[in-house]
Design a protein around this ligand. Structure first.
Ligand SMILES: [Zn+2]
Length: 171
C-alpha cells in the first residue's frame, strides 16, 4: 500500500495541504487519516507478523511488478494480500461517514479509490493471482483469530495441514 499512500500525500500537497478540516470528523476517523500517512500502517504490520508467526516467509511487500502493488505478494505462487483502510477505501461493513465539509471533493476521492481497488483486483485476477482482501477492521483484536485462520487458509501450501491441525491450541 506504500505507493497509494504516497499518492495520497502527493495529492494532498498538490491541493494545498491543510485545506481539509480534520476537526469535523470523529476522532476515530482522524486517527485513521493519520495512520494512512505512515508507510507501514499497523494493520499491514499485523498481517505480516501473523504470516511470520505461522511460518509463511518469502513474501514480498508492495510488490511493484503486479497490478496495484499488492501489500503482500507470494510471487511464485501468485497469492496476494491487500490490506484496505476502512475509511479511505470505503469498507462496506463499517460504512464510515463522509466528512461534512467539501463533500464533493471527498466523494470524488473515495470513488477514485474504490474504482482503483476494483481495477487492480480485476487485473490481478486476470493475471492469475489469488487475492485476499483484508479490511482494517479485520485486524482489530476481536477479529484476529478469524482473520488469522483466513490468512492461513489462503496462503497454506498443498502440504500444509488444515488450520485446526496446525494450531490445535486455537481450535
Ligand atoms: Zn471496515
Amino acid at each position: 500500500m506504500g505507493r497509494k499512500k504516497n499518492q495520497e500525500e502527493g495529492s494532498r500537497a498538490a491541493d494545498g495541504g491543510g485545506r481539509y478540516d480534520f476537526g469535523v470528523v470523529s476522532l476515530a476517523t482522524r486517527k485513521s487519516m493519520q495512520g494512512n500517512k505512515r508507510r507501514d500502517t499497523s494493520p499491514e504490520m499485523k498481517v505480516r507478523r501473523m504470516l511470520r508467526e505461522m511460518g509463511f516467509t518469502g513474501y514480498r511487500v508492495d510488490w511493484a511488478k503486479a497490478p496495484g502493488r499488492p501489500d503482500v505478494a507470494f510471487v511464485g505462487r501468485k497469492i496476494a494480500i491487500e490490506v484496505r483502510g476502512c475509511f479511505w477505501h470505503r469498507c462496506p461493513t463499517c460504512q464510515l461517514s463522509v466528512p461534512k465539509k467539501n463533500v464533493e471533493y471527498w466523494e470524488a476521492k473515495f470513488a477514485r479509490n474504490v474504482e482503483r481497488d476494483e481495477r487492480n483486483l480485476v487485473a490481478l485476477e486476470e493475471q492469475g493471482w489469488r487475492v485476499l482482501v483484508l479490511w482494517e477492521h479485520q485486524l482489530r483484536k476481536k477479529e484476529l483469530p478469524a482473520t488469522r485462520r483466513l490468512i492461513y487458509e489462503t496462503v497454506r501450501r498443498p502440504d500444509d495441514p488444515p488450520y485446526d491441525e496446525a494450531f490445535p491450541e486455537e481450535a
